[in-house]
Design a protein around this ligand. Structure first.
Ligand code: 8YV
Length: 331
C-alpha cells in the first residue's frame, strides 16, 4: 500500500524528516525557499498533511484549493497563521506546539529584558565602534531589574515562566493583565497580582508582552498605551509583530516617552520598520525566543508526532480544533 503524502513546508532537522518518512511519502522544502501562497497551494496538491512553521498562511482560499488536506501541524505555539474556523469548517485538523518551548522562551524574554534595561546592545555597539576612551559616571546607566515592578501582558505558560524568574530570581514585584485571572495557587507560585491594563501600563517598570496575536490584540500597545507608561520604563515584545504599533513605538523611543524597548518580533517580519534601525534605545533580535537546538527539536518532533498520530491512528497530541478529530470517521 502506498504511503500517505505530506509536505514539510520549510527546511527542518533531517532526523525529523527521517521519522516522518517512516510513515509518509514526504515532500520537503530542504532548500528553504520562501513560497508564495500560490506556490504553497501547488506544493500541497495531493498532500493529506502539512508540516508548517508559523509563516505559512492556511486560510479558506487555500483549503478550497487543497481538498485532500486533513491536518496542518504548526511547529510553533502561536498559530495566527491558521484560520482555525475555516480549517474546522473544512474538516482540517490544526495542531500547534505548546509547552515544549515554554522555559526556553521565558529565558529569552528575561534575557531581552535585561539586555534592554541595562543597555547592553547600545553599549556594545559603542565599544565596537572604538568610541570607548574613558569611564563616565553615567555612561550607559540603565534601570534596575531587581526590586522593580515587572508587568506582564498575557499570562499564559510563557508569561508565568517570566513571572517566576522575576519574582523568585530578582525579587521583582509582579503584576499582570490577562483575559482571565489565574487560579490562586498559580498566582501564589508566580507571586503575581492581577491588575487592569491601565494600572499595568502606569506602574510597570518593565512590561513584557506575551499575549497571542489576534484581531483583538492588534496594536494593543499603540501611542495611547505608550503615553501611559513611565518615561523610565522598558517594553519587551516576544509575542507577535502587530501587537505593538511599531511606528508609534519608534516615535515614543525617540521622544523618550519610554526609556527603551526590546523586540524579537515585528510588524511585517522579516521586514521591519526601517526607522527602528535608527533608534539607539532598542534591542532587536530576529524572532529567536525559542531558538535553542533541544527546544527547536522538541517543537519539530511534536509537530511530526501530531501528523503521525492523526494520520495513522486518528489521535492528535495538541489539537486546536479537536471537534475535527471527533468527527473524522475512524481509520
Ligand atoms: C517559532 C514562535 O520559532 O512558537 C511560536 O509561536 O513564535 C516561535 O517559537 C516561530 O513561530 C517559527 O516557528
Amino acid at each position: 500500500m502506498s504511503k500517505p503524502k505530506i509536505l514539510v513546508a520549510r527546511a527542518i532537522f533531517p532526523e525529523v524528516l527521517a521519522k516522518l518518512s517512516q510513515h509518509f511519502e514526504v515532500s520537503s522544502n530542504q532548500a528553504d525557499e520562501l513560497w508564495s501562497p500560490a506556490q504553497l497551494i501547488a506544493q500541497l496538491q495531493g498532500k493529506v498533511g502539512a508540516f508548517t512553521t508559523g509563516g505559512e498562511r492556511i486560510d479558506a482560499a487555500l483549503l478550497v484549493a487543497c481538498p485532500d488536506l486533513k491536518i496542518c501541524a504548526n511547529m510553533a505555539v502561536g498559530y495566527n497563521n491558521f484560520d482555525v474556523d475555516a480549517m474546522t469548517a473544512a474538516g482540517v485538523l490544526a495542531t500547534n506546539a505548546p509547552d515544549v518551548l515554554t522555559e526556553t522562551t521565558a529565558d529569552f524574554g528575561f534575557a531581552l529584558l535585561m539586555a534592554t534595561a541595562r543597555r547592553m546592545a547600545e553599549s556594545e555597539h559603542f565599544l565596537r565602534a572604538g568610541k570607548w576612551t574613558k569611564w563616565g559616571f553615567d555612561m550607559f546607566a540603565g534601570s534596575d531589574i531587581h526590586g522593580s515592578t515587572l508587568g506582564i501582558l498575557g499570562m499564559g505558560r510563557i508569561g508565568q515562566g517570566i513571572a517566576k524568574r522575576g519574582a523568585h530570581g530578582f525579587g521583582m514585584n509582579v503584576i499582570y493583565h490577562n483575559r482571565s485571572q489565574l487560579d490562586a495557587a498559580t498566582e501564589a507560585e508566580c507571586k503575581a497580582r492581577l491588575v487592569s491594563k491601565e494600572e499595568l501600563l502606569k506602574t510597570a517598570d518593565h512590561l513584557v508582552l506575551v499575549l497571542p496575536y489576534s484581531a483583538q490584540s492588534h496594536h494593543a500597545i499603540g501611542a495611547a498605551e505608550l503615553a501611559l507608561m513611565k518615561p523610565t520604563a522598558t517594553l519587551i515584545n516576544i509575542a507577535r509583530g502587530g501587537i505593538v504599533d511599531d511606528a508609534a513605538l519608534v516615535h515614543a523611543l525617540r521622544n523618550k516617552t519610554i526609556a527603551a524597548a526590546g523586540l524579537d518580533v515585528f510588524e511585517g517580519e522579516p521586514k521591519l520598520n526601517p526607522d527602528l534601525l535608527t533608534v539607539p534605545n532598542v534591542v532587536l533580535t530576529p524572532h529567536i525566543a525559542s531558538a535553542t537546538i533541544p527546544t527547536r527539536k522538541a517543537m519539530a518532533h511534536l509537530a511530526a508526532d501530531n501528523l503521525i498520530g492523526y494520520l495513522t491512528q486518528n489521535k492528535a497530541l495538541t489539537p486546536l480544533n479537536p471537534a475535527v478529530v471527533a468527527q473524522r470517521p475512524s481509520l
